[in-house]
Ligand binder design. Structure first.
Ligand SMILES: Cc1cc2nc3c(=O)[nH]c(=O)nc-3n(C[C@H](O)[C@H](O)[C@H](O)COP(=O)(O)OP(=O)(O)OC[C@H]3O[C@@H](n4cnc5c(N)ncnc54)[C@H](O)[C@@H]3O)c2cc1C
Ligand code: FES
Length: 267
């Protein structure tokens, strides 16, 4: 561990130094992380790649996390020099379109973590013969809990807070819905990560449209590699029949239209 910085109340940025041969993750992939030499908590915890950089002779991995329970509390108490066990990169990444020159990212809270790395990888790309333009809707409870936005430099960043203390007063989905008609469904790819109510709201907004939207799902995980079936989520097939897929193997990135059982109440 190189650093474990508190960046907001209950939010930390963890930076790890890894050997140069560590595989470069794709945006949307995750790592299973645990403290070496401890049996408690026994299971590793899944975290998205927030940033990944190459150095001479090594690479560094950034994880942005929120303290919600036993494991993340323990991580937050670690400092430079702690050795962590890392398994990854795991899961199916976001698909980056080569034909959509507009990329819209919607994050709710700590959902910003994988989208920052995605924005980093989309920046400077060309798609459909045009330079990619990136619009980010970043939502948080209040101004203090906005994290991870430094990676959104040089993009069109639209901040939303539930209490109106910064940016738009209201959920990201409300601002996005207001702007929706300014986007062309043929030329826009939408990516989202956030709490279930936000994803449900987004699914409702997009239902009657032809926009493509990929969502990174969060589910509790035990093994992270497809063996325990502890992370299954309900998806619909083409005929509308429900089946279950493992978030760690078939996901964590899914097409929003394939997800079944989303909460649809406004967030
Ligand atoms: C693919 C993936 C990527 C993730 N990326 C990040 C990230 O970049 N940053 C980050 O802060 N968190 C991320 N998470 C969520 C993170 O894994 C959990 O917050 C963490 O495992 C909680 O561990 P804990 O021991 O602190 O909490 P626990 O004590 O195990 O649980 C505390 C509370 O958190 C809930 N919880 C636990 N695990 C999850 C989970 N996986 N998803 C949703 N709720 C959960 C529990 O239901 C409980 O209410 C990701 C999850 C997945 C599946
Ligand atoms: S966490 Fe074990 S199958 Fe997904």
């Amino acid at each position: 561990m190189i650093r474990n910085l508190q960046v907001a109340p209950d939010h930390y940025l963890l930076e790890l130094r890894l050997p140069a041969e560590f595989p470069c993750p794709e945006p949307g992939q995750f790592m299973m992380v645990r403290l070496r030499g401890r049996d408690e908590p026994f299971l590793s915890r899944p975290f998205s790649v927030h940033n990944f950089r190459m150095h001479r002779g090594s690479v560094s991995l950034e994880i942005l996390y929120r303290v919600v329970g036993k494991g993340t509390l323990l991580f937050s108490r670690q400092s430079k020099g702690t050795i962590l066990g890392i398994l990854g990169p795991l899961g199916r990444p976001f698909r980056i379109s080569s034909i959509c020159p507009t990329v819209v990212l919607l994050s709710g809270g700590i959902g910003v973590a994988p989208l920052a790395y995605l924005a980093h990888r989309c920046r400077g790309r060309n798609a459909g013969g045009k330079r990619t333009s990136i619009i980010v809707y970043a939502g948080a409870r209040n101004a203090q809990s906005i994290v991870g936005i430094k990676h959104f430099e040089a993009v069109d960043l639209r901040i939303c807070t539930d209490d109106g203390s910064r940016g738009f007063h209201g959920p990201v989905t409300a601002l996005f819905e207001r702007d929706l008609c300014s986007y062309d469904p043929e030329k826009t790819m939408i990516y989202a990560c956030g709490p279930p109510a936000m994803i449900g709201s987004l699914a409702r907004i997009l239902e009657a449209t032809s926009f493509s939207c990929q969502v990174s799902m969060e589910e509790r995980m035990a093994c992270g590699v497809g063996a325990c079936l502890g992370c299954v989520t309900a998806v619909k097939d083409n005929g509308g029949r429900i089946r279950y897929e493992r978030v760690c193997r078939e996901g964590p990135v899914f097409d929003i239209r394939d997800l079944a059982g989303l909460k649809t109440d406004p967030c």
